[in-house]
Design a protein around this ligand. Structure first.
Ligand code: UD1
Length: 352
């Protein structure tokens, strides 16, 4: 069986790493790996391939940054050429990025079955780019691997029942696989003590592209940073916006660092007090580390964590007041995203 996997952005490298490890156990599956080039900086892309031992992609489409439509269109144009040349039996796409949707559309138009890993996640606002990408991808995919039971229900509500499997979350698989390799030395490098700092990441357009919202987030984090160290590995988009809006002088106590690789990020999160983030992946990785997260989003697709009281949804100007709630006892909600065998289940179904 010839399988074409398409990745392009940080969270997809993580998901691919889990699937790739399982595929290696099945010599009858030939995997061709394509990188769209959506993320291209060394510490947004190459470093993930290095630390996660993913092989070098067979193709890099080199699309780079652009408006959503231009990026999606460019990926479609270049990816179609690869698909026509390689003639795969199946295309795999991951998550919710422009790369995901572009790959799914190419597969659907060429009538090549598409498998979507992390299908069925839904969140508001409905016009956010990631939500559009997920909905479109799910509606043109033949195999839909849901990471949670809620994701299966979401698909059912949209009339999608055929080809849906509750597999669990491949990000949890990778977390377990990599456990022994998490980089805790980064604490020494940053002179951090376990439990005495917070990790934050902010990169979503609704948090970065409105100056007043970004200002409010920085102000809230600054207030928190007066009491506890706040470590902020910064996404290039956020860094650019801070510069553009002239907000550098708002930052004095928050400790901004360059984006870090997967093993260092999980090392940081697992020894932190808690996490403040708008990343879909990180709010779950905090949970895998048994750390709580304040999720700076109007809504999240990882709703189970909110309903269990583990994670807290927060408006930008309420981060501090929500941070103060984190001390209270909440029972750890076990096994929300499967048992760490999602990639094994997925590859088993792909083979069938
Ligand atoms: C994308 C995904 C999002 C995912 C996130 C992980 C979409 C719509 N969103 O968001 O689902 O959670 O990746 O990080 O696909 N940039 C660089 N260097 C890079 C990459 C990006 O400088 O290597 C800058 C560019 O200015 C770019 C901006 O960051 O325009 C945003 O990048 P983009 O890939 O469009 O979206 P993300 O916010 O990273």
């Amino acid at each position: 069986m010839r399988l074409l996997s398409l990745v392009g952005a940080r969270p997809q490298f993580i998901k691919e790493a889990a699937i790739y490890r399982e595929i290696k156990n099945h010599p009858e599956i030939e995997e061709i790996l394509v990188h769209s080039g959506q993320h291209y900086d060394f510490n947004m892309s190459d470093v993930f391939f290095q630390v996660l031992d993913i092989r070098i992609p067979d193709y890099n489409l080199g699309v780079g940054s652009a408006s959503h439509s231009v990026m999606t269109a460019k990926i479609m144009i270049e990816f179609e050429k690869v698909v026509l040349k390689e003639k795969p039996d199946l295309i795999i796409v991951y998550g919710d990025t422009n790369t995901t949707m572009a790959g799914a559309l190419v597969g659907a138009k060429l009538k090549i079955p598409v498998a979507h890993v992390e299908a069925g996640i839904r969140q508001k606002p409905k016009d956010m780019p990631e939500e559009i990408n997920r909905v479109v991808t799910d509606h043109v995919s033949k195999l839909l691997f849901a990471p949670s039971k809620l994701a299966v229900e979401n698909l059912k509500k949209e009339g999608i029942e055929n080809g849906v499997y509750f597999a669990g979350d491949v990000m949890y698989d990778l977390f377990l696989m990599m456990k022994e390799r998490f980089n805790y030395d980064i604490l020494k490098e940053l002179d951090l003590k376990e439990g005495e700092y917070i990790v934050t990441t902010i990169h979503r357009d609704f948090n970065t592209d409105d100056p007043e919202v970004l200002r409010s987030i920085i102000n809230q984090l600054e207030k928190i940073a007066k009491d506890i160290r706040v470590i902020f590995p910064i996404h290039p988009r956020t860094k650019n916006r801070i510069k553009e809006y002239g907000f550098e002088n708002l930052i004095s106590s928050i400790e901004v660092i360059e984006p870090v690789d997967y093993l260092s990020m999980i090392g940081l999160v697992c020894r932190s007090k808690f996490v403040i983030t708008d990343s879909g992946g990180l709010q779950k990785e905090a949970y895998f580390c048994k750390k709580r997260a304040i999720v700076v989003m109007p809504d999240t697709g990882w709703r189970e964590l909110i309903e269990a009281g583990w994670n807290i949804l927060s408006k930008p100007n309420e981060i501090l007041q929500n941070a103060l709630k984190i001390g209270s006892d909440v029972i750890y909600p076990e096994s929300l995203y499967g048992n760490g065998d999602a990639s094994r289940k997925i590859v088993h179904i792909l083979k069938k």
